[in-house]
Design a protein around this ligand. Structure first.
Ligand code: HEM
Length: 122
C-alpha cells in the first residue's frame, strides 16, 4: 500500500484532489456516476489509486483523492482521450447525444505531496 512505502517512493508520489461541490440532494447521483466508472483509470501508467470521499457533515463538497507516481503521469492522463471520454458529460449533449448534464456546480483541483505521517505496525 502506497502510504507504507518509504524513502524516495514516498517523496515522489503526487496527490491530486478534485473537490466537487454538488447541490444538496445530488450526492447519491455523483456516487452512482463514479461507481459506473470504477476501474476506468486503473490501467493508466503511473496511477496508484483513488478514493471518492463523501462529506459526513453538512458540507456539499466531495473529494476525489487520486495518487500518482509523478506529475508527468497525472498530466498524461488528464491530456489523454481516456480522461476526455470519462469527463464528457456536457459535450455530447451539445452534439445531439443523450449524455446527462454534470452533477457538480463547481470543481477545484488541489495538488499535494506527502510531507509526513505514520502507520501502526502491520
Ligand atoms: C484529480 C483528477 C481528476 C480531475 C481533475 C477530474 C475532473 C473532473 C471535473 C472537472 C468534473 C466535473 C465536476 C462538475 O460536475 O462540476 C469531474 C466529475 C467527475 N469525474 Fe473526475 N476528475 C478527476 C478524477 C476522476 C477519477 C479518478 C474518476 C473515476 C474514474 C472520475 C470520474 C468522474 C465522474 C464520474 C464525475 C461526475 C461527472 C458527472 O457529473 O456526470 N474523475 N471530474
Amino acid at each position: 500500500m502506497l502510504l507504507r512505502t518509504s524513502g524516495n517512493d514516498l517523496a515522489m508520489t503526487v496527490i491530486k484532489i478534485n473537490a466537487i461541490t454538488v447541490p444538496a440532494d445530488s450526492g447519491d447521483e455523483l456516487a452512482k456516476r463514479f461507481a459506473a466508472r470504477a476501474g476506468a483509470v486503473d490501467n493508466q501508467e503511473g496511477f496508484e489509486g483513488f478514493e471518492l470521499l463523501e462529506p459526513t457533515d453538512d458540507r456539499l463538497t466531495w473529494l476525489v483523492i487520486t495518487r500518482w507516481r509523478d506529475e508527468e503521469s497525472f498530466d498524461a492522463w488528464v491530456s489523454s482521450p481516456a480522461f476526455a471520454h470519462g469527463h464528457r458529460s456536457e459535450a455530447p449533449k451539445q452534439e445531439g447525444g443523450d449524455a446527462k448534464p454534470p452533477v457538480g456546480v463547481s470543481s477545484e483541483l488541489w495538488s499535494y505531496q506527502v510531507a509526513g505521517g505514520s502507520n501502526p505496525p502491520l
